[in-house]
Design a protein around this ligand. Structure first.
Ligand SMILES: [Zn+2]
Length: 490
């Protein structure tokens, strides 16, 4: 911003308290912001509430540069009883198994599936601990969030937060996500925790077996080289987190795969140890680490790695899926920005779940858009994900194109696929169910039905979170649906 002191925002709360916060770069995108997190408790309040927000300039800015610096906001408080399930009345609870404490909110999908989740987490913990030769007795705290946040998970050295919700529009597979975050937690055993983000993230992706789902990192990175979207390693070393997210992680994982290929898994441990023991700036320490395992320094290592990647064969089909995945993730983040900004990892808050448990706060880790428009967009994101994973890039591309038009132009002029999905969601919700997955058929006979339509996996709002299976028959118009069922639980 070019000023000596930061700007300040003050917030006058309806109860008369005056809070202030400096405007400083916060969030992964490092944009200047003032944040007031969990400062106002609305318990017992109702009706419209009024806030005053004031932007104050530092002393070296003339007042005339700061016209219109006061904003008054009216916030209508909704009645708690209007909240959809599992709210109101949720609270944090936990279940334990050896090595794992699973925290969740009551009435959530995570509570319903706690036994499965605990077993999964124990398996992931055992995998990663074995890889790194760690025996640990310290229990891991996992917080299951009842909404998608970021790409599905985030962690500190004290805990791991994972999104666990039935309408999982972010593609991350639970096991991979847990292995990834656990690698960050345990890599200090090999002294890898001091390495640049490029290597630490690469290590986590490699140990997990893929970024969001199991995949061949070298083959994908080889495909990347044909797309013109390659990011030079120098750029990733300098500023890893602000590059295109999936490409940065893919290159990181493929680089670690190369080191393992050339010097074995023990080579990674030696590299980490030598880096950590070395003195000097990051680049000198990296050279020391690479030299210790007889690998060339950058940029020669990059050249040799690229030569290795180029020797791998990638089919045109694989390439289309790869580009579809990036577009899907960018579209997912665009959806978050427009409909659920606090979920976007670049601009959002990434709430501390341990602090939330301590303070009895649940809303930020449960509440999310639940209107037909948001639900239909999430279902389309999820359908795209399934199309890509089952190897149908054409279907995925068509759905993504429709989604992007709807997100850019609003749903009033939305493509048919979006209007149709929204009408389907409205028909299902009118019967008291909230869809979390749909599979549509051009010919209903494929699934023993007379008309074209969709199998709808839904949750019962009157008996949350019980799963139900419905059939929605498509009428002649693209927005008319007849919902039957639930036929069975699933
Ligand atoms: Zn990571």
């Amino acid at each position: 911003m070019g000023y000596d002191a930061p700007f300040t925002v003050t917030l006058a709360l309806p109860d008369g308290r005056l809070l202030s916060s400096p405007v400083v770069p916060v969030g992964f995108d490092r944009q200047p912001r003032a944040r007031f997190v969990w400062v106002w408790d609305t318990t017992g309040l109702s009706g419209s509430q009024s806030f005053t927000v004031t932007l104050l300039a530092p002393p070296d800015v003339r007042d005339t540069e700061l016209a219109n610096n006061v904003l008054t906001l009216e916030v209508p408080l909704q009645n708690r009883t209007a909240l959809p399930p599992p709210e109101p009345g949720v609270r944090w609870d936990l279940q334990s198994a050896p090595g794992i404490r699973l925290h969740y909110v009551t009435g959530s999908a995570a509570e319903r599936d706690a036994a499965t989740l605990l077993a999964l987490a124990q398996g992931a913990y055992a995998d990663v601990a074995a890889r790194l030769g760690v025996t640990t007795t310290e229990a891991l705290d996992i917080y299951a969030l009842d909404r998608v946040v970021g790409q599905g998970g985030y962690a500190t050295s004290d805990w791991v937060a994972i999104s666990y919700t039935d309408r999982a529009y972010a593609p991350a597979e639970m096991t991979l996500l847990l292995r990834h975050e656990l690698t960050h937690r345990l890599d200090s055993a090999w002294e890898c925790d001091a390495l640049p983000a490029l290597f630490r993230e690469g290590l986590a992706v490699w140990v997990a077996g893929g970024h969001y789902w199991p995949e061949s990192l070298p083959r994908k990175a080889s495909g990347l080289l044909q797309t013109g979207r390659y990011i030079p390693l120098e750029q990733l070393l300098a500023d890893f987190y602000r590059q295109q997210h999936e490409i940065g992680y893919l290159e990181a994982g493929a680089l670690v795969a190369y080191i393992v290929e050339e010097r074995g898994w023990e080579g990674v441990q030696q590299l980490c140890g030598a880096f950590t023991a070395a003195r000097g700036d990051e680049s000198a320490r990296l050279t020391a680490g690479l030299t210790a395992v007889d690998l060339p320094a950058m940029p020669q290592l990059e050249q040799e790695w690229l030569r290795w990647l180029r020797s791998l064969h990638v089919s045109a089909e694989e390439l289309r899926i790869l580009e579809g995945e990036w577009l899907l993730m960018d579209t997912m983040r665009l959806y978050q920005q427009l409909h659920d900004p606090s979920a976007n990892y670049l601009t959002g808050i990434l709430f501390d779940p341990a602090a939330a448990v301590e303070r009895g706060i649940t809303a930020d880790l449960v509440r999310r858009p639940r209107d037909p428009e948001a639900i239909s967009l999430e279902l389309l994101l999820q359908m795209t994900q399934e199309a890509l994973r089952t190897g149908d890039p054409e279907e995925a591309a068509a759905t993504l194109e429709a989604l992007r038009v709807a997100l850019h132009d609003g749903t009033s002029a939305a493509p048919e696929a979006v209007v149709r999905m929204r009408a389907l969601v409205e028909a299902v919700m009118a019967r008291g169910y909230e869809p979390y997955r749909t599979i549509c058929f051009e010919d209903g006979a494929d699934v023993g039905q007379r008309a074209p339509g969709c199998v709808v996996y839904a949750l019962d709002r009157s008996n949350w979170p019980t799963k139900r299976l419905l059939w929605a028959a498509r009428g002649a118009d693209f927005d008319s649906w007849t919902v039957v069922g639930p036929q069975l639980e699933n």
